[in-house]
Ligand binder design. Sequence first.
Ligand code: ZN
Length: 428
Amino acid sequence: MRPLKAVLAFVAASASAQPIVVDHVTYVDPRSGQLQSNQTLILENGALRRGAAIPVIARRVDGRGKFAIPGLWDMHAHIGDLPSGWEELFLTNGVIGIREMAANQQHWAPQVQHKKRNVAPYLVHTIGSIDRDGPQAVPNAAAAPSLVARLAKQGVDFLKVYNALTRESYFALAGEAHRHDLPLTGHLPDAITAIEAAGAGQKSIEHMDNILLACSRNEAGYREIFVRGQGLTRPQVLETYDPAKAEALADAFVRSGTWVAPTLIQQRGDTLDQSILNDPNLQYMERGWLTEWKTGLSVLRDLKFERRWFDKHREILQIFNRKGVRILAGTDSPAPFCVPGFSLHDELELLVSSGLTSRAALAAAAVNVDDFFGRPHPPTLVLLNGNPLTDIRNTRKIETVIADGRILLRKDLDVMLANTKRRVLASK
Ligand SMILES: [Zn+2]
């Protein structure tokens, strides 16, 4: 296990701060799905405890009528590409942690600075995707050891593999990841079957496109076409979908402990349905980003097919969930129409509409994160004005965010949003 730098720093920083006491609150346990009413929650010395000995000197938060959940994590985002101020969009949405899935090299330095400050939103991150070409190139197996050694030295928390890796490069990377005790995560490379990735110890598979290929009756043949770059069409993959393969894959993932971050909200962006275009949260995106996103609209595409492709993602996820595959909530923000922070709540809704219970969806953005990393993260709380277990949309009704020794009340969160809006209006 790697040292828990972020948590230790958090403990040190908060030791001097006054404890925070939230009283008369209903605590929502995302593991058990139990509601515990009239609780006194005490955040002290980097730990969350309940009940009895209430510190004499403490900052108090009135929890009456509120539901307390752990702070949320966006387990697939690319904040390194966002303009400054991105933290506020996440915090106002109760997102206190981010798994940064590979910013480009040029944005790496500010991220490291942020990480060193160890303030919420907490970051767990890597530098760039590892692919056959590009800045983190592994064109062959021999190139794997030096690259992984360099990334480990630079302090990445995990490795992210990408689509065009050859088989020999991929398996060499898996070996090096193991040697450096770095989790191997990322896309399912075109040349690797999902079963092989699970067997090689890939800890998480991001997105579900290549999982659809893995569920095709003609997977082997199509994969070959794909690897040769001969333009395999997605309709072919969809037409040959075999639910029995999805079931078998789910069993394999459960056996190997392979996690899936489906990023449904990112995939939904391709369907361009009206609710996406009318999303009021688009007001918080800078104009340059909106222009870029909307440019995608002009590309001719078969939206009916995109809808079917998206729905197949959800169908497979339903099978995965029923079989017990572990799921992470991530957004791929700022992918088109995935507004940072807000889109995590969209993802939770999509997870529920794909068969997860509200409890399971909540866990995918909270306690699953600790399970995935195999270590606890700093305790944080979000107070809601509604029970998220009866309606997952209640995660949007945020009254207070408590993280990192800070108490952000609704009025503070509104100031943050107003700041963001001002910045957006001033942007080009
Ligand atoms: Zn991504």
